[in-house]
Design a protein around this ligand. Structure first.
Ligand SMILES: C[S@@+](CC[C@H](N)C(=O)[O-])C[C@H]1O[C@@H](n2cnc3c(N)ncnc32)[C@H](O)[C@@H]1O
Length: 244
């Protein structure tokens, strides 16, 4: 292909083109697992220490995690969605989240190049936003999260992962690498954007390396596997000086 598939402008193109069909495709092609995993990602996040908490949904896309977040923490103050693809956000606000608009802010930016203020977040959440980054970008993301969280701030992230060691892994990989691209070619008139999402997912591995990077920045991190490792996540908090 010749392009760097981890170049933010390449990633933006993939998601701008996918935005119209992303919600349906992701729900159907994961057999509903993505919804369950978003809910589990929210459940894994320690409770913010203050009421009216404000924080970031990084790589927010269509805002699929917001209903889960607002259901668990109904006193949440505001969610600032950060995404490089305005197509994903526009679509989401029109179709799904108009009634939540007063609690949602949006920043269209490359997260890794963003200048989000230090110690500005009570929480950081991210669902399925890790796979389009390579290792060097994961390290920058970990540094960003450590910087923007307030002392005592909490975080949780989840990503579809390679279930190494699971006896049904070959079937799972067949689904990602062969079945999904085929469905896309047939039903979406030859497009290959969702196939790219499959490529990112199989390249990703697990969130274990991201856990290590977050720990290197002094965060307390718990690593979790979901459904035989088909998704993995990290959750935890930034300590406060008085915690020692
Ligand atoms: C697979 S979607 C996940 C969307 C949503 N969080 C969910 O749960 O479905 C990944 C999102 O990450 C965004 N993204 C990828 N690279 C980014 C970057 N460098 N900065 C900001 N957003 C990025 C894409 O535009 C896309 O909306």
């Amino acid at each position: 292909m010749g392009s760097d598939i981890y170049d933010p402008s390449f990633v933006k193109g993939v998601f701008d083109r996918c935005s119209d069909r992303y919600i349906t495709f992701s729900l159907i092609c994961s057999f509903g697992f993505t919804e369950r995993w978003r809910e589990q990602c929210v459940a894994a996040m320690p409770a913010p220490t203050t009421g009216g908490a404000r924080g970031y949904d990084l790589m927010a896309g269509t805002g699929e995690v917001w209903p889960h977040l607002l259901k668990r923490f109904d006193d949440l103050g505001a969610i600032t969605a950060v995404d490089i693809s305005s197509g994903m956000h526009r679509r989401a606000m029109e179709r799904l989240h108009a009634h939540r608009a007063h609690r949602i802010e949006f920043i269209e930016d490359d997260v890794l190049a963003s200048d989000l203020p230090s110690e500005s977040a009570d929480f950081v959440i991210s669902t399925f936003g890790l796979k389009t980054f390579n290792a060097e970008q994961h390290a920058r993301l970990a540094a960003l999260i450590a910087r923007v969280l307030k002392p005592g701030g909490v975080f949780s992230m989840i990503e579809a992962s390679d279930p190494k060691g699971w006896w049904l892994r070959p079937l799972y990989l067949l689904h990602l690498k062969v079945v999904l691209p085929l469905i896309e070619r047939i039903f979406l008139r030859g497009a290959q954007d969702f196939a790219m999402i499959g490529t990112y997912s199989t390249n990703f591995g697990t969130a274990a390396q991201v856990a290590g990077m977050l720990r290197d920045h002094g965060l307390e991190v718990e690593f979790s596997k979901y459904f035989f490792g088909c998704a993995t996540g990290v959750a935890g908090r930034k300590g406060r000086a008085e915690d020692g």
